[in-house]
Design a protein around this ligand. Sequence first.
Ligand code: SF4
Ligand code: SF4
Length: 133
Amino acid sequence: MLELNNFAIKTDDLIRKDGLNFSFNPAACESCGSKCCVGDQGDVWVSDDEVRAISNFFNMEYFTAKSIYFIREREGLRVKEIESDRGYECIFLSETGCEIYEVRPKQCKDFPFWENMNENLDSLLKECAGVVK
Ligand code: SF4
Ligand code: SF4
């Protein structure tokens, strides 16, 4: 067993990715309160296919879903956030977690294994209970 950010985990649960200097235990997500989906403002970028998958998931017209859940920026489309007493929450975050978990954007699926995370490891360790050096 290993102690990490207040979680006791089995070491064989850890995932690593080539080129990144940390490991991740996905079991930590069960009790962390979706910290990566709330807090400081952050951009979750989506492709057209991802918007289509999310609109299908809600049984909604593509353009209706696009106007309700996403904002057009110069760089592309991003998921809307809502201000709350916890900071900025992703519009898809509910009390029980991500409402669109099965079709969540690739950016969310890849977290915390983003390319620039070696340079941001200290803040990642504070944010994500599943990350260990
Ligand atoms: S912050 Fe880390 S542990 Fe928590 S839900 Fe996100 S990925 Fe999982
Ligand atoms: S889409 Fe889901 S996983 Fe991604 S930030 Fe929003 S609530 Fe979190």
